[in-house]
Design a protein around this ligand. Structure first.
Ligand SMILES: *[C@@H]1O[C@H](CO)[C@@H](O)[C@H](O)[C@H]1NC(C)=O
Ligand SMILES: *[C@@H]1O[C@H](CO)[C@@H](O)[C@H](O)[C@H]1NC(C)=O
Ligand SMILES: *[C@@H]1O[C@H](CO)[C@@H](O)[C@H](O)[C@H]1NC(C)=O
Ligand SMILES: *[C@@H]1O[C@H](CO)[C@@H](O)[C@H](O)[C@H]1NC(C)=O
Ligand SMILES: *[C@@H]1O[C@H](CO)[C@@H](O)[C@H](O)[C@H]1NC(C)=O
Length: 396
């Protein structure tokens, strides 16, 4: 066994957010069977990043297969940067936690956007419904340990980090964090893909799944990859935008090129505040070539027996090609197609949230999406003990 290193436990409550949160660094000891991608070189320049995008979007080629020279066990001790937030009236005996896994292009702040006085904060909404929230920067991203962008920071190892964080939470072994009675996993995009894989590999770790910005269709991945116009995170100088290069990210950590590509990937025109688009571009986070090559090949079926909720913006590019209602197969919609992944789920619902792109949380009306999610959880008996009471005090 290993120990947990707690960084500075900091009370982040303040006049601004009016909530009680704790930042902590949690050390995890993990390993996974990762792909070894020795048949391609890590992209070093911006032109190399474009070359990688061309190779990744070619109709006739599976880049993962082409690059793969074998598998190897990769692992060690890594630091994960986490934020735990506590609802008001948290004295009761039931503590339902929502574990929040962000997607590509963001870090954990996706769930707690400070823009407009936290008006877009998913965390604030979940707290108002009585849930405890636990968000974290995925391994490799933000304030969590960075690593080799090709052979180390891949889905497989990140899923182990999510699993280990969940075990520590369930054990009550992260000091200062209450032991949950139930744990719901909530993902966005690549974070949803990891949440699905977690439920397939370790079905007992979760009591419910919420998959936002996700579908079982990978048909539009090339649109996402080409739309990003990848550049090296360490070199990217976007025009007309304050984001600056970040030398702490090594070669092979790629970002979308500029504010226009950020809009393309995450926003639906006419339904967002341009200020939050600038915020997103300013705070954008990279994705690694290792992640991009291991997005597929994750478990495509899960024996998970709890409830599953899928919610997508109607105009999601990455998982719906811009129209989630459109489908050529027998399912009612692209999000509804996720049902086939969960043959044993106790309940399944798929919801299309109107006039919204892939980055659901960044749109006007995002709190209505949050209500959909938390209403579903409540209806499935995953209501936090003080949800009833909390709802009398908050006017969402
Ligand atoms: C906690 O982390 C958040 C997000 O990373 C940051 O904005 C905030 O300043 C931190 N709070 C403290 C007290 O360190
Ligand atoms: C995690 O962070 C702590 C505090 O900064 C540091 O002492 C420790 O070496 C780090 N562990 C790893 C695995 O990076
Ligand atoms: C917060 O959101 C609500 C509902 O979307 C909106 O009516 C209100 O103007 C927003 N407030 C701020 C400060 O953005
Ligand atoms: C691409 O190849 C990898 C490695 O063989 C495999 O796991 C993955 O499922 C393939 N992806 C697709 C879309 O066929
Ligand atoms: C806001 O979202 C809710 C829930 O998806 C939806 O019913 C409503 O029509 C949306 N409102 C607008 C103005 O898009």
């Amino acid at each position: 066994m290993h120990t947990t290193t707690i960084g500075l436990w900091a009370l982040a409550a303040g006049v601004v957010s009016a909530k009680t949160c704790f930042n902590a660094t949690v050390e995890v000891d993990i390993s996974a069977r990762n792909g070894v991608f020795d048949n391609i070189k890590t992209p070093e320049t911006n032109l190399d990043a474009t070359t990688f995008a061309l190779a990744s979007t070619k109709t006739s080629v599976n880049i993962t297969e082409q690059a793969l020279s074998g598998y190897a066990t990769v692992g060690g001790l890594y630091n994960i940067s986490t934020q735990y937030c506590v609802p008001k009236n948290s004295e009761g005996s039931g503590h339902t936690f929502q574990v929040l896994t962000h997607g590509m292009g963001f870090d954990k702040s996706y769930w707690d956007l400070p823009y407009h006085n936290f008006n877009y904060s998913y965390v604030d909404y979940a707290l108002s419904r009585g849930y405890h929230t636990f968000s974290y920067d995925r391994l490799g991203i933000g304030k969590s340990t960075h690593g080799d962008a090709k052979n180390e920071i891949q889905s497989f190892l990140e899923i182990e980090a999510l699993a280990e964080l969940t075990r520590k939470l369930r054990d009550g072994s992260i000091s200062g964090i209450k032991k949950p009675s139930k744990v719901v996993h909530v993902g966005h995009s690549f974070g949803s893909a990891q949440t699905v894989a977690l439920s397939a590999m370790y079905p007992d770790l979760s009591d419910g799944l919420v998959l936002t910005g996700f579908s079982a269709s990978i048909a539009s991945m090339p649109v996402f990859i080409s739309g990003a116009n990848f550049q090296q995170a360490s070199l990217n100088h976007p025009s007309g935008c304050p984001a600056t290069p970040r030398p702490s990210y090594s070669s092979g950590y790629l970002v979308n090129s500029d504010i226009g590509t950020n809009q393309f990937l995450f926003f639906y025109p006419g339904n967002f505040d341009e200020g939050i688009l600038s915020y997103a571009e300013h705070n954008k986070q990279p994705m690694t070539v290792g992640e991009l090559m291991t997005m597929t090949g994750l478990p495509s079926s899960s024996a998970f027996t709890g409830p599953v909720y899928v919610i997508d913006g109607e105009n999601d590019i990455a998982f719906c090609g811009g129209d989630c209602s459109y489908t050529t197969d027998s399912t009612a919609s692209i999000p509804a197609g996720v049902k086939a992944v969960f043959p044993k789920a106790s309940a399944f619902a798929a919801y299309i949230h109107p006039r919204t792109g892939h980055g659901i949380n960044l749109h006007y009306n995002s709190t209505a999406a949050y209500k959909q999610i938390n209403d579903f959880l409540g209806a499935q008996g995953l209501m936090s003990i003080n949800d009833h009471e909390a709802r009398h005090h908050h006017d969402f």
